[in-house]
Design a protein around this ligand. Sequence first.
Ligand SMILES: NC(=O)c1ccc[n+]([C@@H]2O[C@H](COP(=O)([O-])OP(=O)(O)OC[C@H]3O[C@@H](n4cnc5c(N)ncnc54)[C@H](OP(=O)(O)O)[C@@H]3O)[C@@H](O)[C@H]2O)c1
Length: 320
Amino acid sequence: MGRGTIQSERKVSGMKYRRLGKTNLKVSVVGVGTWQFGGDWGKDFDQKEVDAILASAKELGINLIDTAECYGPYHMSEKFIGDFLSRDRREDWVVASKFGHLYEERWQNAWDPETVLRQLDASLRALKTDYIDLLQFHSGSDEAFNNDDLWTMLDKQVQAGKVRFLGISIGANDNLYQTSKATEVGASAIQVVYNRLDQTPEKDVFPSCIEQDLGVLARVPLASGYLSGKYKPGDRFTDNVRKNHKGEDIDAKLRLVEEIARTEVPEGVGMAEWALAWCLQHPAVTCVIPGTKSVEQVEANARAAALDLVKDDHPQAWKA
Ligand SMILES: NC(=O)c1ccc[n+]([C@@H]2O[C@H](COP(=O)([O-])OP(=O)(O)OC[C@H]3O[C@@H](n4cnc5c(N)ncnc54)[C@H](OP(=O)(O)O)[C@@H]3O)[C@@H](O)[C@H]2O)c1
């Protein structure tokens, strides 16, 4: 056995797995968020960079990818992932995507069942696969959600095998309405903003997820990167996402992060990995899906799984 093999076995051994609620899918506690591949985060990606990120994720034991129909125009993020998947073993991955928007020349809402179905087929083509493991309602309004025809059409796609499970990515992180109706509409997982700076879902959303045995994907777990520990009050951003954040809000968050780093993060532990492990402590949370821009970030994020905060006796811990 060569040295490379020994190293990769050592890297993989730190990953932990959980059952994604009633889907019974086995997912790594750390996934790869891929909004970044669409180019909105101050960096354009090429296929080689995406390949390197996903190959390194796999080597580290990560098996969950979160993408969406509208991360970049014309299914850009899904196309990068699909190209990689077409050269990898599709069945090794749990691919989560979303529906509800059409992004070609411009970004727009698209919730009517016919367009959603066309979008699902376009996502499948982009991902170069014949099924999506988890197809999520992408942060739509309650009005868009309250459409029986939509959920009936989606149920047919599950029956046809194009989708394994349905999920709901709630927009506001206190949207108990959509969360509480998950089982009724046939959804088995919730995606919600949850991080050390924003604990809103603990109040109502998480208890409902536990009661219904829903999987929970914690998104924005690094508070859009502010919890990574690399930024200081006064820092400003030019990327499409963070340039819209108010300076005073950024500073307030970064001051709090400095205090957390001083008072809560153990000596020698990286802030980003600690922040991810912090999310994984909650009994409702199945996994975190940090947005990822480089191999170094994947490696740091994967290290979260090995921290003491990520307990082996978590209620969704994977039992072989
Ligand atoms: N409505 C929805 O359904 C919805 C909405 C938002 C996000 N999401 C999903 O959730 C994922 C995560 O959310 P997010 O990307 O918005 O926020 P996030 O995960 O809190 O932050 C991501 C940013 O943090 C920085 N980062 C990541 N890992 C790092 C590390 N180890 N060390 C230092 N910096 C690191 C990177 O930016 P810099 O290096 O530039 O700082 C990255 O772009 C998305 O990719 C997407 O898949 C879904």
